[in-house]
Ligand binder design. Structure first.
Ligand code: MLT
Ligand code: ZN
Length: 465
């Protein structure tokens, strides 16, 4: 734990009352949405300016204090968990949209701007911030950048990385760097901006981000389709992608749907029970597009790939269909799931899912397994639910044995052990399944350049040595 006199010095660097050490704050700010590690930070500091962030970093280097950057704490890999006496740097008071340029279609944000705040700002200006996910109401832009957040629109718009025009960062050394100057074209060597995106706060702090906006989509329309088996989902994706520009293509299993139905506040898509469901979305900007979608649906039914389906006819129906997918994560969190977030190239998805499903079923026939994910991106979410009568520790210990088998399959398929949730602490011991030893050595060398004293989020991405 950090010495009280050192914490007293920290208090002189920020506004009065902006260092918290009470048990409730330590508990709240020391964790994210994972439930694996008990939070144990020394203190929470809430800077208001980038100069204060620089002062905090200089202080941490002087006293060799580990810092954990904290956003909305909605992460699912313990990337923002402070379990070892670190000081949490939270950006709740750096939450302003600083400027907007309508010609560049860019917005300068402080790191604590909430994703929905940016989406709303874009909408108010007739534009669109397309990175979206269930936690957009509390996740922050700084955290999205740190994890290169993905979500439900990646098939069309890509990950957060695609929307970052420029960054101001304070490195682990305390330097303030302005990266890319918001340019579209910039061929002047290494793009350091990209290194900070997805770095999980291990290189420094994002203190300002210029985010790009897009034109607003026209008449978004969703379809939910029931399929007779998982393999049918791929030809359905192929058929729709051949005729429409999809803005989303998601899937979920009957078990996932049953959990959401169990809430009692979402209407079912249709009466036919199906083992798997696809949710796709497109801009029905004119009647031709809607007719194309219906013709493709009929083709899929004729081929036997689709058993039943529904297309939204209103904004309310669109929202209700999306709830079927977006409510899954929050709903199953009741069962303290063991979560996996894996990806392969899209063409490999059916064989990959079959292999993993078989391994899990063989070793854990009694556990309930819930599949869903961003199938159009090759990103599957495997969730194993904790039986009610089992302790959390016993359950996670037993699931940890699945990791090795699942990640061996990921490696065999040349996939990723984390598609979008990040490595954090939960996957740091398995990084070698997705990255070669030489790559990891390069990554550590890059960290040493920006953070020579190792104060920035130690123990994340890489296992402690
Ligand atoms: C999702 O796709 O719903 C999110 O990544 C969260 C989750 O996997 O539970
Ligand atoms: Zn996801």
């Amino acid at each position: 734990m950090t010495h009280p006199a050192v914490i007293d010095e920290l208090m002189t660097l920020v506004d009065p009352g902006k260092v918290l050490t009470d048990p409730a704050s330590l508990e709240a700010y020391g964790k994210d949405w994972t439930k694996h590690y008990p939070p144990a930070p020394s203190a929470i500091v809430l800077p208001k300016t980038l100069e204060q962030v620089q002062a905090i970093v200089a202080w941490a280097n002087r006293h060799q204090v580990a810092l954990v950057p904290s956003g909305g704490r909605t992460g699912l890999s313990a990337g923002a968990v402070a379990a070892n006496g670190e000081v949490v740097v939270a950006f709740d008071y750096m939450n302003q949209i600083l400027s907007f340029n309508e010609f560049d279609r860019t917005v300068v944000c402080q790191p604590g701007v909430v994703t929905r705040q940016l989406q709303q700002f874009a909408e108010d200006h007739g534009l669109y911030y397309p990175v979206d996910f269930a936690s957009s109401g509390s996740s922050q832009i700084g955290g999205n950048i740190a994890t290169n957040a993905g979500g439900i629109k990646v098939i069309r718009y890509g990950m957060t990385r695609n929307w970052v025009a420029g960054l101001k960062v304070v490195t682990g050394k305390g330097d303030l760097l302005e990266l890319n100057k918001d340019l579209i074209k910039n061929a002047t060597g290494y793009d350091l901006r990209q290194l900070f995106i997805g770095a999980e706060g291990t290189l420094g702090f994002v203190v300002e981000a210029t985010m790009r906006l897009d034109r607003a989509p026209r008449n978004l329309t969703a379809m939910v389709l029931g399929t007779p088996d998982f393999d049918s989902i791929m030809p359905v994706l192929h058929a729709f992608q051949g005729r429409l520009d999809l803005t989303a293509f998601e899937f979920f299993s009957d078990k996932a749907l049953a959990k959401v139905m169990g809430r009692g506040d979402v209407p079912p898509p249709f009466d036919t029970d199906c083992p798997f469901y696809a949710l796709l979305e497109f801009e029905a900007s004119n009647e031709d597009v809607a007719n194309d979608a219906l013709a493709t649906f009929e083709h899929c039914v004729e081929q036997g790939w689709v058993l039943d389906g529904v297309m939204s006819q209103s904004e309310t129906q669109l929202k209700n269909l999306w709830k079927l997918r977006e409510y899954i994560s929050e709903t199953i969190s009741h069962w303290t799931p063991y979560k996996n977030d894996i990806s392969v190239t899209v063409s490999k998805v059916p064989a990959f899912l079959r292999d993993i499903d078989a391994i899990v079923a063989q070793h854990y026939p009694d556990y309930e397994v819930v599949w869903y994910g961003h199938i159009g991106d090759g990103n599957l979410h495997l969730n194993i639910l904790k039986p009610d009568d089992m302790s959390k520790d016993a359950f996670f210990a037993s699931c940890a044995r699945v990791n090795k088998w699942v990640f061996e399959i990921v490696e065999r398929y040349n996939g990723s052990i984390s598609a979008e949730h990040g490595v954090g602490m939960t996957k740091r011991d398995y990084l070698g399944y997705s990255r070669s030893a030489d790559e990891i050595a390069c990554m550590k060398a890059i960290k040493a350049v920006f953070d020579p004293n190792g104060i920035m989020n130690p123990g994340k991405i890489f296992a402690p040595e």
